[in-house]
Design a protein around this ligand. Structure first.
Ligand code: GDP
Length: 295
């Protein structure tokens, strides 16, 4: 928990300190206090729509539970924030294919390396599929992560068909009895239509070539992009069936509140958070620990 709290220290400064400021100077908890509170939530990247929902729940609670003290108000807000997150956990039932999608630069490759390391450490056999064949360096970068994590990487030449790479990774996965195949994908959003078609094709190949496998699609979002991350999530969610989110670069950003906005506006669970560039800087997301860390 200390690690999480350390990562979220700027978000906490943004939120907790301001909230304490408001509460301290309010003689009682009234509508003015709540309105000021809403502004603080919005400024901490929780977003207008999610802050609005939180506040109406909180208003109700203040009335019903006769909340008077600042401590009680803070606890009530924490409870409401925890409730925003869908309780779903990522369940890995071998064999599983994990399609990792997201815009370039959000930390997709790094996240795949961290996931590979995590699953390998848990005793699972992992194969990586370098299906971002568009960027010259992508497969190379994935290979480096594969080496670090000690897992095999299936790759083709630059410019080849991503679906063919995944096809080969699936055959390798079957032959080597892998528990998990993690597939990198391209992330060039400026050719949105092509990209979404490509992702759908990867999904179809997974279903067709490995009907026994469970298919999970993880959307990687960069917390430092704040509300932009929400816009990206909406685009991907329209095109592909997203199982959940990995929110990266939470270390050192003041925009950690965006996790609440994502869960609230998209109703998607946050499965993991990235808290650094290293192999074990990936943590399972725990809504309660998160709420305690930011408030
Ligand atoms: P991709 O283009 O989506 O595959 O992104 P990369 O995996 O190449 O990551 C882009 C940059 O973000 C790299 O410099 C990574 O080290 C960095 N990065 C990824 N995840 C995290 C994280 O959780 N925290 C921090 N601080 N940096 C990260």
């Amino acid at each position: 928990f200390e690690r999480l709290k350390q990562s979220l220290v700027k978000t906490r400064n943004q939120l907790a300190e301001k909230i304490e400021g408001i509460i301290k100077f309010s003689a009682k908890i009234d509508e003015d206090t709540l309105e000021e509170l809403e502004e603080v939530l919005i400024s901490a990247d929780i977003g207008v729509s999610a802050s609005d929902k939180l506040l109406s729940q909180l208003r109700e609670k203040v009335r019903a539970e006769k909340i008077r003290s600042p401590e009680e108000l803070k606890e009530a807000l924490k409870e409401e924030i925890i409730k925003v997150f869908p309780a779903e956990k990522l369940e890995i039932v071998p064999p599983t294919i994990i399609l990792v999608v997201g815009v370039n630069g959000v930390g997709k490759t790094t996240t795949i390396g961290k996931l590979a390391y995590r699953f390998k450490t848990q005793g699972k056999k992992v194969i990586l599929s370098a299906a971002d064949t568009f960027r010259a360096a992508a497969a190379e970068q994935l290979s480096i992560w594969g080496q670090r994590a000690g897992v095999d990487v299936v790759k083709h030449q630059e410019g080849s068909d991503p679906a063919a790479v995944l096809f080969d990774a699936i055959q390798a996965g079957k032959a080597r009895r892998a528990d998990i195949i993690i597939c990198d994908t391209a992330g060039r959003l400026h050719t949105k239509k092509n990209l979404m078609e490509e992702l759908k094709k990867l999904y179809r190949v997974s279903e067709k070539e490995y009907p026994e496998a469970k298919i999970v699609s993880l959307l990687v979002l960069d917390a430092t992009t704040g509300q932009n991350a929400i816009a990206q999530a909406k685009i991907f969610k329209e095109a592909v069936n997203i199982s959940g989110i990995v929110l990266t670069k939470l270390d050192g950003t003041a925009k950690g509140g965006v996790a609440v906005a994502i869960a609230s506006e998209l109703n998607l669970p946050v499965f993991f958070i990235g808290v650094g560039e290293g192999m074990d800087d990936l943590e399972e997301f725990d809504p309660k620990a998160f709420a305690d860390a930011i408030l």
